[in-house]
Write a protein that binds this ligand. Sequence first.
Ligand code: G3P
Ligand code: CA
Length: 294
Amino acid sequence: MIKKAILLGVVSTSILAIGGYWVLKATAKSAPHYPVYDDLPTPAVIAHRGGRGLWPENTLYAFQKAVKLGVDMLELDIRQTKDGQLVVLHDEYVDRTTNGEGPINSFTLAEAKKLDAGFNWTKDNKSFPFRGKDIVIPTFQEVLENFPAQKMIVEIKQAQPAIERAVCQAIQAAKKEDHIIIGSFYPEVLKRFRQVCPEIATSASPNEVKLLFAAERLGLTDLLSPAASALQIPKQDGKIEVATPSFIRAAHDRMLQVQVWTINDPDMMLSLIANGADGIITDYPDRLLNLMRK
Ligand code: G3P
Ligand code: CA
């Protein structure tokens, strides 16, 4: 009697699992497509924070120089000032990159604009060639307006207070919806952004990347319907190799673009190109451009 019940349980669970598999497979959708990916070369050369190895990060100066070099995309980070203005800054605090101290959300925009954003940039810890050169923290609007045709990865670094709506409105005002991919390490930021701004591409959250990674290992990627249209991933996470040929192939099967950060070594760039990466995010876009020209 008990044996019969167990057998019945196993059979019905298997039928449900197999049925569920086929339902998921039949209803799964590839990643949505956005115009930002059209006409991007492979690999796209993406200047991380504007190319922070070459000049002061996340500044108009850096973005101008990177564009002049010929990069395909700029990568930049967004936060908010005390008076609610969107500014381009990586850290929560201004200390590492400027001559100021304290969290950016304790500065009004006018106060933040007085900081020297080239103050701490150095190659050798001895000389500081960008000090006193009027290099300041830019607003997001300034960056959008100064680079109307430039494609960008915009990373939202702040989860609270929520700034997704303001980011979306700034992009819409600049008519740059087709030039931008929004990224964030915060799943809730991406979820909210997709709700308020579905017309703009987003990359996957770390959780979404992990899900795809696990699915690829189990051979189940064709059950997934990604909300993201790109993955921005590290080459490696601890000891785990992330940007492998098979993972990149699995992402491509779901129509996801794969952009890998932050790659500064030319040999590593070459290996990622061989693995099929669509974009390489680097502090030294000059190195990648030189490789591409060769
Ligand atoms: O796209 C993510 C990349 O920018 C790496 O993160 O810390 O440099 O903003 P982070
Ligand atoms: Ca970033």
